[in-house]
Design a protein around this ligand. Structure first.
Ligand code: NAD
Ligand code: ZN
Length: 234
């Protein structure tokens, strides 16, 4: 049976009201990436980083999955083959839209990580994070969100590479193709003989690595693609 690997990026959650990374009104417009999304930034000014993540975590309570998240969950449940969702997003909108078995390669916003002992634990969106929030295992503080920052290795890479080399179709949705290693997934899938499709608002930086593309807002293009795939296997 066919296997589909789907990589999603910030663009799939844009219409839910979560800012993308670099676009107009993007998340980092008023913040320097080095200050809020690097281990060095956290070491220098943990309060600033914690404030930034409390702001992002707060937004998550107000947003809902959109038609693109729902369509992927429907595909996962209805497709006769295997559908693996790999996301760079740290939101929970795939799961909240009904998806199962999502691989979070950049971590999640609703968990914390202890810098001292490596312990990770859930931290629901309703709870605030502050400088005194300590690791339940070793009591180290402050603790950080369990998200992958610049300069850090994404999670689950071996598992993802195995999925890429074993897939028949690779689809990237709403990702700019500027952040590696995710931007290189299309090449790995292509070299393994898979068909490749990009779905984005505009052509990404790695558009030429894909066999084909569908251009438009994810809330419309993704449900239409899923419908066509389930009907005609395209
Ligand atoms: P990016 O912001 O670099 O790129 C977003 C891409 O989405 C762009 O190519 C843009 O054209 C496209 N896009 C924007 N609106 C769209 C829409 N309505 N429909 C379809 N496509 C749309 O994001 P990225 O490639 O995911 O990489 C950025 C990094 O930022 C990731 O590491 C991710 O962890 C992080 N991030 C996560 C979230 C989140 O969890 N929701 C939000 C912002 C950034
Ligand atoms: Zn600890």
């Amino acid at each position: 049976m066919d296997k589909i690997v789907i990589l999603t990026g910030a663009g799939i959650s844009a219409e839910s009201g979560l800012g993308t990374f670099r676009g107009a009104g993007g998340l980092w417009e008023n913040q320097r990436i080095e200050d809020v999304a690097t281990p060095e930034g956290f070491a220098r000014d943990p309060q600033m980083v914690i404030d930034f993540y409390n702001m992002r975590r707060g937004k998550h309570r107000e947003v809902q999955p959109n038609a693109a998240h729902l369509a992927l969950a429907h595909l996962q449940a209805s497709y006769p083959g295997e559908v693996v969702i790999v996301t760079q997003n740290v939101d929970r909108l795939h799961e909240r839209g009904g998806a199962s078995a999502v691989i979070h390669m950049h971590g999640v916003l609703d968990a914390l990580l202890c810098n001292a002992c490596g312990h990770r634990w859930g931290w629901p969106f309703e709870r605030r994070l502050d400088l005194a929030t300590a690791c339940p295992r070793c009591a180290d503080a402050p603790t950080r969100p369990d998200v992958v920052w610049f300069g850090e290795m994404p999670y689950h890479m071996e598992e993802i590479e195995a999925h890429l080399t074993g897939c028949d179709l690779f689809v990237a949705i709403g990702t700019s193709g500027q952040v590696y290693p995710a931007a290189g997934f299309v090449r790995a899938a292509d070299q393994a003989g898979a068909d490749t499709l990009e779905i984005n608002l505009e052509a990404s930086a790695v558009r030429s690595d894909f066999a084909r593309a569908i251009i438009g807002p994810a809330s419309q293009t993704v449900p239409a693609w899923v419908d066509a795939l389930l009907r005609h296997r395209v």
